[in-house]
Design a protein around this ligand. Sequence first.
Ligand code: GSH
Length: 217
Amino acid sequence: MSDSKLTLYSYPTANGVAASILLEELGIPYEAVKMSISDADIGKVHNQVKSPWYLELNPNGKIPTISHNGFNVFETSAILLYLTAEFDKENKFNFHPIQNPKEYSEVLQWVFFSHGGLGPMQGQGAHFLHASEKIPYAINRFTTEARRVYSILEDRLSKHEWIAGGKYTIADIKAFGWIRRHGLVEIDLEKEFPKLKAWHDKIDARPAVQKGVKIPA
Ligand SMILES: N[C@@H](CCC(=O)N[C@@H](CS)C(=O)NCC(=O)O)C(=O)O
């Protein structure tokens, strides 16, 4: 590990906590900057995700972002992969791409699955469920898709203790950020997805996770 300055720009949402949980699990020093993600703050608040200074770090204008010795990384999963490559030399939360290519691929597959499926479907489901204008087609489309994605994870966890590679990895951390917010799409985890609930509770009990979900304070 180099002498490094690491800053996390975030907010404790489903995406934000994936980055802070991993940082806490890695136990590396970092500074957390709380961003405003509210449309009402655009143009008014300095730490706003659409501020010109922030768009220099993250052209997509969303959280999370990390800045490591002046190198910026945006997109949650790219952050998880960067942090494990840079700071997890013992491969506690990922696998070495050359030494364990199959396990590494498995982690990538499930990280991408959550990044491209779980997050967007649940995010849109929550958006349309809680929007002032109720569009039944959109609500049904995205909440049904979110449930379908949950059922794939439920099936996976009925055959494996962890999502990928036989151990707790960034594939679990990435999915956990979203699964812990199942209430946003009115999913009853205990009743509908008992294996996911047991997996969720195991991760939730980890001290680093307890800390990570509250960052930035
Ligand atoms: N694909 C992006 C999604 C990030 C994202 O949607 N962040 C939300 C909070 S969870 C955000 O910053 N929203 C504020 C906005 O869209 O203005 C990632 O994984 O980093």
